[in-house]
Write a protein that binds this ligand. Structure first.
Ligand SMILES: Nc1ncnc2c1ncn2[C@@H]1O[C@H](COP(=O)(O)OP(=O)(O)O)[C@@H](O)[C@H]1O
Ligand code: SF4
Ligand SMILES: [Mg+2]
Length: 371
């Protein structure tokens, strides 16, 4: 078992330069008081020492409760937020060193799809204008016919009829609007897309259609995704590897199949057990690990292991020592020495959970929080 995590938690150094590498990322937002003489009274530790890599063609899932820092990671990768420390490497280059044409190239190659297509699309612009806008900004010499042709192609690629270009966002369904958001993200032929809760606002059946579309586009266009979500069943379907975040830190990470089959960290176990099973009888009979209390404030995170205030198997040492990600099995990392040292079998975790108050699955971490 390794003591020191690699900057990536892939378990091995990747054979080729990853498309994206996030190294020891910290994003701390200062909290200030006073309207005129602003004084810093604290720091919101939104992201605290996060590292991961994403290889070309891979889908990495980032999951966790609302407020754990997922969007801040996304915004930092998109160069919308400056890291307090750490690095974001895109194709091996620190994105904060990019200038001029290299910066422009980065802005074309990295695109985003957000949760609420309605609020991210300008209601006064037609679909044709929305999808064509990246060309107006990045390819001002493109003539009108070529742009219209390209917009139609993009809409059709995303499963929409080309004629929908004349409509406005309020004239479309949520699923159609998200397809427009995807078409716009694809306009400049990106190779990396950050999907931040891209399907969270959609009905379940529409979610499945959009996930299938994202999967098909990835295969067809050779895309790489960072897929942020709070619904573990959606993440499981699309992602090759998954990182579970808690209060600005990665609690567990590994390939999707292993992580879902054999979760190690007590937090991941709680998230898994909160996913309702469709059959009501099975659902009623199965044990639920209790995830007590609210997520603590990142302004004043708990000492030691940040999860210790809610952890069913915490020991006194957990209040003192901040655990680091350790490779418990090849490619499967967890930040919990109590589990990785073999002291507790993660599959018995529900037995160690305290008795009531029970939290119903809908109120626990994989429920509606995170939207
Ligand atoms: N610009 C900001 N200034 C201060 N605090 C922020 C800012 N952006 C996010 N935060 C705080 O950082 C934490 C993480 O937020 P966020 O990254 O949006 O989490 P998530 O996407 O997982 O819900 C939250 O406590 C949030 O309030
Ligand atoms: S280190 Fe301690 S508090 Fe943290 S998850 Fe493990 S057992 Fe729980
Ligand atoms: Mg978010």
């Amino acid at each position: 078992m390794k003591q020191e995590p690699l900057t990536s938690w892939r378990g091995q150094e990747p054979a080729e330069t990853p498309v994206l590498e996030v190294r020891d990322l910290k994003v701390h937002f200062p909290v200030t008081r006073g309207a005129i003489l602003r004084t810093t009274v604290g720091q919101v530790k939104a992201v605290d020492d996060v590292s991961f890599t994403i290889a070309k063609g891979e889908v990495l899932g980032l999951v966790g409760e609302s407020g754990c820092g997922k969007t801040t990671v996304a915004r930092t990768i998109l160069k919308l937020v400056k890291p307090s420390s750490g690095q974001i490497l895109f194709d091996g280059t620190d994105i904060w060193t990019l200038k001029g044409a290299a910066e422009k190239g980065f802005r074309r190659r990295v695109q985003a799809i957000f949760q609420d297509p309605f609020s991210s699309l300008n209601p006064r612009m037609s679909v044709r204008e929305i999808v064509g806008e990246p060309f107006v900004i990045h390819e001002p010499d493109m003539d009108r016919d070529a742009m219209d042709r390209r917009v139609r192609e993009l809409l059709e690629l995303c499963g929409l009829p080309g004629r929908i270009g004349e409509r406005y966002p309020h004239e479309m369904s949520g699923g159609q609007r998200q397809r427009v958001g995807i078409a716009r993200a694809l306009a400049l032929n990106p190779d990396f897309i950050v999907c931040d809760e891209a399907v969270s606002a959609l009905d379940v059946s529409i979610q499945a259609q959009i996930i299938n579309l994202l999967q098909d586009l990835k295969d067809e266009l050779g895309l790489t995704y960072l897929f942020i979500g709070h619904d573990l069943s959606v993440v499981k379907h699309l992602c090759d590897r998954v990182a579970v975040m808690y209060l600005g830190k990665i609690a567990e990470a590994g390939d999707s199949e292993t992580l879902f089959a054999e979760p190690l960290h007590p937090y991941t176990n709680a998230l898994m057990e909160a996913i309702p099973v469709p059959d009501p009888k099975t659902e009623a009979a199965r044990p639920h690990q209790v995830l007590a209390g609210e997520i603590p404030s990142p302004l004043d995170p708990p000492s030691g292991c940040v999860f210790h205030t809610r952890c069913p198997i915490a020991i006194p040492q957990c209040q003192e020592d901040a655990p680091r990600l350790e490779e418990a099995r090849p490619g499967h990392w967890a930040a919990c020495p109590v589990v990785t040292s073999g002291r507790t079998n993660p599959h018995d975790l529900h037995l160690a959970a305290p008795s009531p108050p029970q939290v119903s699955p809908a109120n626990t971490a994989a429920g509606p929080t995170g939207r």
